[in-house]
Design a binder for this molecule. Structure first.
Ligand code: NAG
Length: 375
C-alpha cells in the first residue's frame, strides 16, 4: 500500500510539473490529421466540468487537463451574460465559484430572483456583461479540494470551450448543457426574437457540429446536447440532428418547464415519447441505485427499462472523495466504477476525476492490448 501511494504520489507530482500549458491555439492548428477517432468500444468517459477534481470547474485548465487524462467528452454548462454572450458556468450565481466577493465595484449588484421556484439571492450571471465577467477569476467549489488555482483562471465562453475540444490532437467530444433555459429566456433577450436555444444551436453549427449519433461526421466532431428541460430538447430537435440526452434530477425534483415529476419522466410511457427526441438519459446515480445512510440499496430497474427503449444511460456524478462513495465501495472509486460499468451496464459516466476513470478502463478494457497509457 505504501509503495502504491508512493507511485501514485510520484505520478501526481509528474502531472503537476507537466501542467504548464501553452495558451489557446486556433482550432486545426498544430495537429496532424486524421485524428485518433473517438473510442466507441466501452462506456464514455465524460469529464464533468473538466477535471474539476483538480482545477476550478469549467476553466480552460480543467478542460485541458481532462483531455490529457483521457476524456472522451468534455462536459460543460452553458449560461448567458446580460448582453447575450454564451459562457461556461454551472451556477446562475457567481458567488460560489468566482472571486466576485472581492470585487468592490460590483458590491451593489446582488439580487434575489425566483429560479425554478426557489428564491435565490446572489450575484447573478445575467446581471453582468461579458466585459464585466471577464474581470472575474474562478475558484474551487469544494473546500476539500486543491485551492492553489483560485484566482488564476477566467470564465470562458462557449466558443473558447469548443475551441479547446477542436484543438485536441485526437477527436474529443463536447457535451454542453443548455442550463436553466426557462430562467435565461426570462432574463436575457437576443436580437430578432431569437431565444437561448437558437443561439446555443447557432454556436454549434458555426463550428461544424452536426450529424446523428455515430454518423461519419459526428464521429469526427462528437457532441451530445444535454438538458433538464424536455421542451428545450424537443425544440432543439427541430434545429439539429445532433444526439440529445435528457437529464433527470433527484426523486423530489420536477422539470423546470413542463413541471413533471421524477416518476412521470421515468415512466415507460414517457420514455416512449421522449425517445423520439433523445438518445439517452442522464440520471443522478442515487436515483438509479438508492442509498440510505450511505449504504447502497437494491438497484432500481431504470437502466434496464431505459435500455429496453434503446436509451443510453449516463449517470452523474462520480467523485473520488469519500463523501461521495457509498460504504459498499470501501472508499475505493475503482470498485464503484466496476459496479456501474460491469454490473449496472451504464453507457457513460460523468466524473470529476477523468484520470481515475481512464486508468480503470485501461486496466480492465484497454483500447489496444498492452496499452496502459494515457493518450
Ligand atoms: C427573496 O429573498 C430576499 C432575500 O432574503 C427577500 O428580500 C425577498 O423578499 C424574497 N422574495 C420573495 C418573493 O420571497
Amino acid at each position: 500500500m505504501t509503495t502504491l501511494c508512493t507511485i501514485l504520489f510520484t505520478l501526481l507530482l509528474l502531472f503537476v510539473c507537466c501542467s504548464a500549458r501553452r495558451t489557446y491555439l486556433f482550432p486545426g492548428i498544430g495537429h496532424k490529421s486524421p485524428k485518433q477517432p473517438l473510442q466507441t468500444s466501452r462506456p464514455f468517459n465524460l469529464a464533468h466540468r473538466g477535471s474539476n477534481g483538480e482545477f476550478p470547474e469549467e476553466t480552460a485548465a480543467a478542460y485541458r487537463r481532462s483531455i490529457k487524462e483521457g476524456a472522451d467528452f468534455i462536459e460543460t454548462d452553458i449560461l448567458s451574460s446580460k448582453d447575450g454572450v454564451l459562457v461556461c458556468h454551472h451556477d446562475v450565481i457567481l458567488d460560489i465559484t468566482t472571486d466576485i466577493a472581492e470585487h468592490k465595484e460590483f458590491a451593489g449588484r446582488q439580487r434575489a430572483y425566483d429560479v425554478q421556484g426557489f428564491n435565490i439571492t446572489g450575484f447573478f450571471i445575467v446581471d453582468f456583461t461579458w466585459k464585466e465577467l471577464q474581470t472575474l477569476r474562478a475558484k474551487q467549489r469544494f473546500s476539500f479540494r486543491d485551492q492553489q488555482y483560485n484566482g488564476k483562471f477566467p470564465i470562458i465562453t462557449f466558443d473558447e470551450y469548443i475551441s479547446i475540444a477542436l484543438d485536441a490532437s485526437r477527436a474529443v467530444g463536447i457535451y454542453p448543457e443548455i442550463k436553466d433555459p426557462v430562467f435565461i429566456n426570462e432574463h436575457v433577450k437576443w436580437p430578432n426574437g431569437k431565444r437561448f436555444e437558437d443561439v446555443f444551436v447557432d454556436t454549434l453549427k458555426k463550428y461544424g457540429y452536426r450529424g446523428s449519433y455515430l454518423s461519419k461526421h459526428w464521429l469526427k466532431q462528437p457532441c451530445f446536447i444535454q438538458s433538464f428541460a424536455p421542451s428545450s430538447l424537443v425544440y432543439i430537435s427541430s434545429k439539429t440532428d445532433l444526439p440529445k440526452i435528457f437529464l433527470i434530477g433527484h426523486t423530489a425534483w420536477q422539470t423546470e418547464d413542463t413541471k413533471q415529476t421524477f416518476l412521470e419522466v421515468t415512466s415507460d410511457a414517457y420514455f416512449n415519447y421522449i425517445k423520439k427526441y433523445v438518445v439517452g438519459i442522464g440520471p443522478g446515480k442515487d436515483t438509479v441505485v438508492p442509498a440510505v445512510n450511505n449504504h447502497l440499496q437494491a438497484p432500481t430497474d431504470l437502466v434496464v427499462r431505459a435500455h429496453a427503449h434503446s436509451l443510453q444511460v449516463h449517470p452523474y456524478t462520480f467523485r473520488n472523495e469519500y463523501q461521495y462513495i457509498h460504504f459498499e465501495f470501501h472508499q475505493d472509486p475503482y470498485i464503484e466504477f466496476d459496479f456501474w460499468i460491469n454490473k449496472m451496464g451504464v453507457d457513460g459516466l460523468f466524473t470529476d476525476f477523468t484520470g481515475s476513470l481512464h486508468d480503470f478502463q485501461e486496466w480492465t478494457s484497454p483500447l489496444s492490448p498492452g496499452n496502459g497509457e494515457r493518450p
